[in-house]
Design a protein around this ligand. Structure first.
Ligand code: PMP
Length: 356
């Protein structure tokens, strides 16, 4: 049989998410999930959900959740968008906003899904080199472009830009849409949400996955001018009218209401991050200054790929990105204190072994 039909099939290298192992006993530090449970009200709500709720479609625009987010962030509902995880928000945004022949700009080391969406939607892109300090330098985002996307804090470096630096990038790019992906903003960095009243072309994307421990639910949101939000609605309604199911929407509303719990868990993750950072530095590792719920670590005397395998054999999963510019590093999510002690002790054993 002829193979001609294969010519019309998409050829793309997909994004590779962190492995989700089955079974217990694994210390899972490979997907930047929150090690703590969602707010107590979430469990209470889920225990009381009746299945009859599922008979009808959810609200078309996730209106209740949008209103709750608008209240929480002091915005108008028309400036809020919700969808099925921030990955989906970002995919819809790439489709809606990046339609130029000029390249979309993003850092050379950043969330590796950005080039995949560009490939999927046929968007030209250019990677902008980070400084030798692995920092994003706003002055590098002044060339002609069809859009800009910056993760803040950046991933996998964890380094955050100041709001004045985000302002500098947006003010230099009023001719295209600038997206700031704040997936990890809940762990100490400052959000740029307040800039959306200053710039109609700025979209801020956030998620319930990390700070609110709801990665399994798939809830993400965007904040921007009503013009940008209506474009996101147009793209969503040209693809899937009901991305947020009714249970997810109700859980999101409850989770937003439990602010003290959310802040307490974020403080806990930050405290563990700082403790583990200090311990790793003592062992000779170099670390970027992470404002996120993960560390980006390297050690002059050891191979990151070998350490990854050593940890894996001991049931500890971390993430390694094999591109030349990142292959010397491991990205380690912040787990509970006990999990991180297990990680530190395995790393220490590995270093000892190397000395023998
Ligand atoms: N942005 C960045 C930088 C991320 O690392 C992730 C998580 N992989 C996401 C967005 C997407 O998160 P989610 O779809 O769970 O909201």
């Amino acid at each position: 049989m002829t193979q001609k039909w294969k010519e019309n099939i998409i050829k793309i290298k997909p994004y590779k998410a962190g492995e989700q192992p089955k079974g217990d006993g694994v210390i899972k530090l490979n997907a930047n999930e929150n090690p703590y449970p969602p707010a107590p009200g979430v469990g209470a709500l889920l225990r009381g959900v009746g299945s009859d709720r599922l008979r009808r479609y959810p609200q078309i625009d996730g209106a209740e959740l949008r209103r709750a987010l608008a209240r929480e962030y002091g915005l108008d509902s028309a400036s809020v968008f919700v969808s099925n995880g921030s990955d989906e928000v970002l995919a819809l945004a790439f489709r809606g906003f990046f339609n130029s022949d000029k390249p979309v700009l993003f850092p050379s080391i950043t969330y590796s899904f950005y080039p995949v969406w560009c490939e999927l939607f046929g968007i030209p892109f250019r990677r902008v080199a980070l400084g030798p300090d692995l920092r994003i330098h706003p002055c590098d985002y002044r060339s002609e472009n069809g859009g800009v996307i910056i993760a803040n804090p950046n991933a996998p470096t964890g380094i955050a830009l100041d709001i004045s630096e985000i302002d500098e990038i947006v003010s230099a790019n009023t001719g295209s849409v600038v997206i700031v992906d704040e997936a990890y903003v809940d762990f100490g960095a400052r959000s740029s949400v307040e800039l959306i009243s200053k710039y109609e072309n700025l979209l801020i994307v956030q998620t319930f996955s990390k700070g609110r421990s709801l990665a399994g639910l798939r809830l993400g949101m965007a904040f921007g001018s009503p013009e940008l939000i209506s474009v996101l609605d147009t793209v969503k309604n040209s693809f899937n009218s009901y991305p947020v199911d009714s249970i997810a929407s109700a859980v999101g509303v409850v989770s937003l209401g439990e602010k003290a719990y959310f802040e307490m868990r974020a403080r806990q993750v930050i405290a563990t991050r700082e403790r583990v950072s200090a311990a790793l530095r003592k062992m000779g590792f170099s670390l970027t200054d992470s404002a996120a719920n993960f560390l980006f670590i390297t050690h002059a005397d050891l191979s990151a790929a070998e350490l990854l395998e050593y940890l894996r054999a001991r049931g500890i999963l971390v993430r390694h990105f094999s591109a030349p510019e990142t292959e010397r590093y491991l990205r380690v999510s912040i787990g509970t204190d006990a999990e991180m002690d297990g990680f530190l002790s395995a790393v220490s054993d590995f270093l000892q072994k190397g000395k023998q």
